[in-house]
Design a protein around this ligand. Structure first.
Ligand SMILES: *[C@@H]1O[C@H](CO)[C@@H](O)[C@H](O)[C@H]1NC(C)=O
Length: 443
């Protein structure tokens, strides 16, 4: 008969037969426990092992410690077995079907964590007052609850988008597979009174039993935990991103305003200060280090680069106009100008127009000359070719240095600003892409 039916009968029967006296229940208790050695496991034939059915009820995920590699949960372990010494005939005891016996007074399986973080105690050892319930056919139910701290390797590489798989293993310490057999008839933990953790989401669970080292049985609870990343995104990733964007704006600030360095330094300080605060929420793990730490470092590096760039740029901006520009600065100014194109295109049109008129003039000259002699004509042709080659060379040189008088230290400074904008925008964009890739790949 299933236990529920027993319970129903046990509850109903005394209400019709009023004969379960105190004496009868005490006599039952004494008769059952008298002469029983609670240190010996129950088995009719000790050549066979004692079967214990186990299942787990998870209450809460209390803590996941990334640095220590520790998982703390609270839960209830339900163990069921048959003890033939605890059988009785309910009719002899006025219809008593079930009895509670304090766990210290009777045999019970002692299951211990295989990888405990705190002291290793058998499940329910600290709660001596927890009773073992016996049914008249000898079936025992023992269900103590406990806070368990078990070792669990936690990999925070993809923090805050990480998923952790933690195992909690319980085994009967020092008792081999010929003495106790653990069975489980559920594939996952029961979560009927589970309360959610604010940081970790319980994705799925698994439970199983097996034999370890070919010597003893174990009962394993596997928890698949997924971190809720919203807190970190809102409080760490987005602020850092916006500060980086703000940082790039330094290059749009006119150098003449005299505010550049203070602005750049302020943003740098803000990022550094922010990192100090954020460090408290980040897992302090070095093996492996969370990738997000590199993202934070990336924005700090960017900010430092921008401060250096700003200072260097201001130095150039304030150089006296009469100081000649070296080739390097000219090249910077011209390449920046070429990128912008606009002024360059007008310039090249003018050069082409000049070149065309020159060629036309020389052609007319040549036509009059050709009438004079054929030899001259041949000479003209080669001369013309030479001239055209020379013209082309001049034109391209002109393209580069045509507006030499427009180039001064301020133009160089502007060019450096454009370079700074490009580099820092690329930097911020690639950091953002790195974050997005992490989000899409791990959520
Ligand atoms: C263990 O569970 C199985 C399946 O539900 C059941 O047949 C068996 O009687 C149980 N054993 C104990 C000791 O409760």
């Amino acid at each position: 008969m299933p236990p529920l039916v027993f319970m129903a009968i046990a509850w109903l029967l005394p209400r019709f037969i009023q004969c379960q006296t105190q004496d009868q229940v005490e006599a039952l208790y004494n008769n059952l426990l008298n002469g029983q050695n609670k240190n010996m496991r129950p088995a009719v034939n000790h050549a066979y092992p004692t079967d214990v059915n186990v299942s787990f009820e998870l209450f809460q995920i209390l803590d996941v410690d990334e640095v220590m590699g520790k998982l703390t949960i609270s839960g209830l372990l339900k163990m069921e077995w048959y003890d033939h010494r605890m059988r009785w005939n309910p009719i002899d005891y006025g219809g008593v079907f079930t009895i509670n016996v304090p766990s210290f007074a009777t045999w019970k399986p002692d299951l211990v964590l295989t990888e405990p973080i705190d002291n290793a105690f058998a499940f329910g050892y600290m709660q001596n007052w927890v009773n073992v319930r016996y049914l008249y056919d000898g079936m025992a139910i023992f269900a103590p609850s406990e806070v368990l701290s078990s070792a669990c390797d936690i990999t925070v590489t993809y923090y805050p988008f990480d998923t952790q798989i933690c195992e909690i293993n319980l085994y009967p310490w020092g008792i081999n597979k010929h003495e106790i057999v653990l069975n489980t008839y559920t594939t996952e933990v029961s979560k009927s009174i589970f309360s959610e953790n604010a940081e970790w989401m319980l994705d799925k669970t698994e439970t199983l039993t097996g034999v370890m080292f070919d010597t003893f049985y174990f009962y394993r609870v596997v928890l698949y935990l997924k971190r809720r990343p919203t807190f970190v995104i809102v409080n760490v990733v987005l602020p850092i991103f916006f500060m980086s964007v703000l940082n790039v704006l330094v290059f749009f600030l006119p150098a003449s305003s005299g505010e550049r360095v203070s602005f750049a330094i302020t943003v740098l300080l803000a990022i550094a200060f922010f990192m100090t605060i954020v460090n408290d929420t980040l897992p302090k793990s070095s093996n492996p280090i969370p990738t997000i730490c590199y993202l934070l470092l990336g924005s700090l590096v960017l900010s430092t680069f921008i401060v250096m760039m700003t200072i260097f740029n201001l130095r150039i901006y304030h150089r006296p106009a009469e100081q000649p520009l070296s080739k390097m600065y000219l090249a910077i100014a011209f390449s920046a100008r070429r990128c912008r194109r606009r002024s360059f295109r007008c310039q090249s049109k003018r050069i082409k127009a000049d070149a065309v008129t020159e060629i036309d003039l020389s052609k007319e000259n040549a036509i009059t000359n050709r009438r004079a002699s054929d030899e001259d004509a041949i000479k003209w042709s080669s001369a013309h070719n030479n001239k055209r080659r020379a013209d082309d060379a001049t034109a391209s040189a002109y393209e580069d240095y045509a507006d030499l008088e427009d180039v001064n230290w301020k133009t160089v400074s502007e060019a450096l600003d454009s370079i700074g904008i490009v580099i820092s925008t690329v930097w911020v964009v690639s950091l953002t892409i790195a974050i997005i890739v992490m989000v899409t790949a791990y959520s």
